[in-house]
Ligand binder design. Structure first.
Ligand code: AMP
Ligand code: MN
Ligand code: MN
Ligand code: MN
Length: 282
């Protein structure tokens, strides 16, 4: 039964439609092999993979939820809002995502120019070899190019030196507003979940303001157990969920074998006294 709190739910991961390395069908098989019973595909700013993901998941007997991870900007920093159980054909959501992808396309060009200026020849073509389309170019693709061409030894180093916030090839842009991200998800009938809050470099006061604003906008949940949190952050964000009355989500944020800290379905359970985001999904 998909509504039980203790089930192996994994509600955040990426396919090669965005910056993962496996196709939706391969991800479905991997999730199923790892014991996942409730699964969501949540590519960055794109829903193109969810139909294949659903077919594959359901043929394996896994419950599937269509998802998307929306890039948003709050207080001058990038945050991610996951939409779960959205209608992938909703016009308002798709129009919003198309706008973000247009920004992604122009940012990719500027990032490539920065990397070229740093001496990394062929950055645009090199990153594009890993991406589905120019409008889906992610920093991850540039990181893979830097590793492949021998300029960095691993993905994390590419972010630490060149692509991370404040680093020379990082290009700041304004993504969607928090209000827009939540509105599009709700328009598509989904639940809005603040992704990996532990990754954002906000002050305690800003965090409080972010959670309050998200709650006021009708945001339903936050990620508590995620591959992007350290174990002590599971407890910290479980407290936030209880304090603000958010539903709790759980997702590996799996991108690729060998690149991701936690494999699909290999997360610890949610802490006690939380209401899972899937509590009323049957
Ligand atoms: P983008 O949406 O193009 O800015 O790329 C963001 C993606 O880059 C995230 O979804 C992660 O997959 C990856 N990423 C961001 N920061 C880091 C980091 N510090 N280390 C490794 N991967 C990262
Ligand atoms: Mn990613
Ligand atoms: Mn994210
Ligand atoms: Mn993600």
């Amino acid at each position: 039964m998909a509504s039980e709190p203790g089930i192996n739910a994994d509600l955040h991961c990426h396919s090669l439609v965005s910056d993962g390395l496996l196709g939706p069908a391969d991800l479905a098989r991997r999730a199923h092999a790892n014991g996942v019973v409730l699964w969501a595909l949540t590519d960055h700013d794109e829903l193109a993979g969810v139909h294949e993901a659903r077919r594959s998941a359901e043929s394996l007997g896994m419950s599937f939820v269509s998802g998307v991870e929306i890039s948003a900007t709050w207080a001058n920093r990038t945050i991610h809002v996951v939409g779960l159980r959205v209608d992938p054909d909703n016009a308002e959501l798709n129009a919003g995502l198309a706008g973000i992808r247009a920004d992604r396309l122009s940012r990719g060009r500027v990032m490539a120019d920065r990397l070229e200026a740093l001496g990394f020849k062929g950055a645009y073509e090199g990153a594009m070899r890993h991406a589905e389309s120019p409008s889906l170019l992610a920093r991850t693709h540039f990181a893979r190019f830097l590793v492949e061409s021998g300029h960095c030894t691993h993905i994390q180093q590419a972010f630490d030196r060149y692509l991370g916030d404040g680093k020379p090839a990082n290009v700041r842009i304004d993504w969607a507003s928090l209000r827009q991200a939540v509105r599009w998800i709700h328009a598509a009938g989904g639940r809005a979940v603040l992704a990996h809050p532990g990754r954002y470099a906000y002050t305690a006061m800003q965090f409080d303001a972010l959670f309050s604003e998200f709650k006021d906008l009708g945001g339903e949940g936050i990620e508590v157990v995620t591959g992007s949190h350290r174990p002590e952050q599971y407890r910290e964000y479980a407290d936030v969920a209880r304090r603000f009355g958010f539903l709790a989500s759980r997702g590996s944020d799996f991108h690729a074998p060998g690149e991701s800290r936690i494999d699909l379905g290999k997360l610890p359970p949610l802490p006690d006294r939380l209401v899972p985001i899937w509590h009323d999904w049957v």
